[in-house]
Unconditional design. Structure first.
Length: 490
């Protein structure tokens, strides 16, 4: 029985360490690092997604939105998110400022901006607050992936990044549920509309999470002073991933980062992959097409319009975790990209046809939830590919997020304007085209990792960064048919 339980744990989570001390350390890391990053990403998603929920719940009329101004508000958020990416990358990877201080400051500022949205009087105030909000939210997503790569081994990354990504989808799910509950219970309380209470509660939820991180978050293995880690555990945290010196922000470090950007194919290819794949694979959640369709039919109550997209979010959460297990069992991160493409291809083709009945629309929107797995698998792929260099790893992870938003800044306005809701014909066509491009880039990454093997990039002397590779001393997942190789350094 213990052997069976270890097999199950290895498949659904990660191979358990043989050393009891390391196993205890890993448990502690999961309790604190996973809980804080997931809560931070949850409240971020809550704060971001609630603008659409507020918009369809009376904010549009009260504030005076017209035409595609909601799309422009989204672009202001994207612009702020872009500006904040590389400063956040430098701050987190330089070790000058403790990571917990960076996260705390960012969360408090964006919480205040979220609170401000409850009292806006015009659309221009929404634009300004969304820009500043996003500027400080930029640290969380890629920063959390960077922290995971700092504390966790490669075989430990997959399931944990899946849980992290799922936390944002839970935030989106909770957003609709919360708005529906507010409309029923708080609307009109103290003279405030339901959509205003939505932003107020967002603020109230975010602040305690920020203080939790300030007190408990352990920073990085090389710099941690966490009171809940013993001296031996701090040493083990460093040694189990290989000794690395803490990087200090300086002009030579900055020059080194620039040199890495212009000479290393990993930065180019992973940035391109997430730029085009995120815009296509995450279309239903990012552009709110399901919510707009539900409202356009006139057959659903306002509460149902807020509640029902939670079903899509549930599909995204479950499929993300299932596809992560698939990537583990197959020994490939890359294989998830064609699976996601197939799902969103079916969705877009059905929505281009359009006259497919209510059941067809529900299926088309829900199957697109499979597209969210790329946030987990592609970032875990990049994280392991760049383990040899913390500066390259930080810049690559943040650049993936940066360029996906650079792309979306024009992409949303040109191809997914709110004025074309709920059908979004041009957006569906663009989804198919960018999905094909993502498959080409995926194949290119696999080819380059085999054509130009890098011992240091694989994290082992003499290793090669391949998408699928069995390494003699790599932990393996046991199976009844024999040993199944765990994801090698891609």
């Amino acid at each position: 029985m213990p052997s069976l339980l270890r097999r199950i744990e290895a498949i659904v989570w990660s191979p358990p360490p043989e050393d009891p001390a390391e196993r205890k350390l890993l448990f502690k890391l999961d309790v604190v690092i996973l809980s804080f990053t997931c809560l931070a990403y949850f409240v971020l998603a809550l704060d971001v997604n609630n603008l659409i929920n507020a918009y369809v719940s009376g904010m549009a009329e009260d504030v005076g939105f017209k035409g595609s101004q909601l799309t422009l508000a989204g672009s202001c958020w994207t612009a702020g998110y872009l500006v904040g990416q590389w400063p956040a990358a430098i701050a987190l990877s330089s070790n000058r400022i403790p990571v917990r201080f960076t996260f705390f400051t960012c969360m408090i500022v964006w919480a205040v901006c979220t609170l401000g949205l409850a009292f806006v009087k015009n659309v221009h105030q929404v634009y300004a607050l969304r820009f500043v909000q996003a500027l400080f939210e930029a640290a969380v997503f890629s920063g959390s992936h960077y922290i995971y790569g700092s504390w966790y081994k490669e075989v430990e990354l997959g399931a944990r990044t899946a849980i992290f990504v799922a936390s944002a989808n839970v935030g989106g799910l909770f957003s609709g549920v919360m708005q529906g509950a507010i409309l029923e219970g708080l609307a009109g309380r103290n003279g405030l509309k339901g959509w205003q209470w939505l932003f107020i509660l967002d603020f109230i939820i975010t602040v305690p999470v920020a203080f939790y991180g300030l007190i408990f978050f352990p920073d990085t293995p090389q710099t941690t002073k966490a009171f809940w880690l013993s001296a031996d555990e701090r040493g083990l945290a460093v040694s189990r991933l290989g000794s690395k010196e803490a990087v200090q922000l300086s002009w030579p470090v900055f020059r080194r980062a620039i040199r890495k950007i212009v000479t290393d194919w990993r930065w180019y290819m992973f940035s391109a992959l997430f730029a085009v794949s995120a815009t296509s694979y995450e279309k239903t959640g990012v552009y709110g097409e399901f919510t707009f369709w539900l409202k356009s039919t006139g057959r659903y109550t306002l509460q149902q319009v807020n509640y029902y997209p939670s079903i899509f979010t549930t599909v995204a959460i479950v499929s993300t975790y299932v596809l992560t297990i698939v990537s583990t069992l197959t020994g490939s991160r890359a294989i998830i990209n064609p699976i996601m493409f197939l799902a969103v291809f079916i969705s877009s083709v059905m929505l281009l046809v359009w006259n497919i009945g209510d059941g067809g629309h529900w299926f088309a929107y829900l199957i697109a939830g499979f597209g969210y797995a790329g946030q987990s698998t592609n970032f875990a792929w990049a994280n392991t590919m760049c383990q040899d260099d913390d500066i390259l790893r930080a810049v690559t992870l943040y650049s993936m997020n940066l360029f996906s938003n650079v792309w979306n800044l024009w992409y949303a306005i040109a191809l997914w304007p709110q004025a074309s809701a709920p059908r979004f014909r041009n957006g569906q066509i663009a989804t198919i085209a960018t999905g094909v491009a993502s498959l080409v880039i995926t194949a290119g990454i696999v080819y380059l990792s085999r054509k130009f093997p890098r011992g240091d990039a694989a994290g082992k002397e003499g290793g090669a960064p391949r998408d699928v590779e069995e390494v003699e001393d790599k932990p393996k997942l046991p199976s009844d048919a024999g040993d199944v190789p765990v994801l090698a350094h891609s």
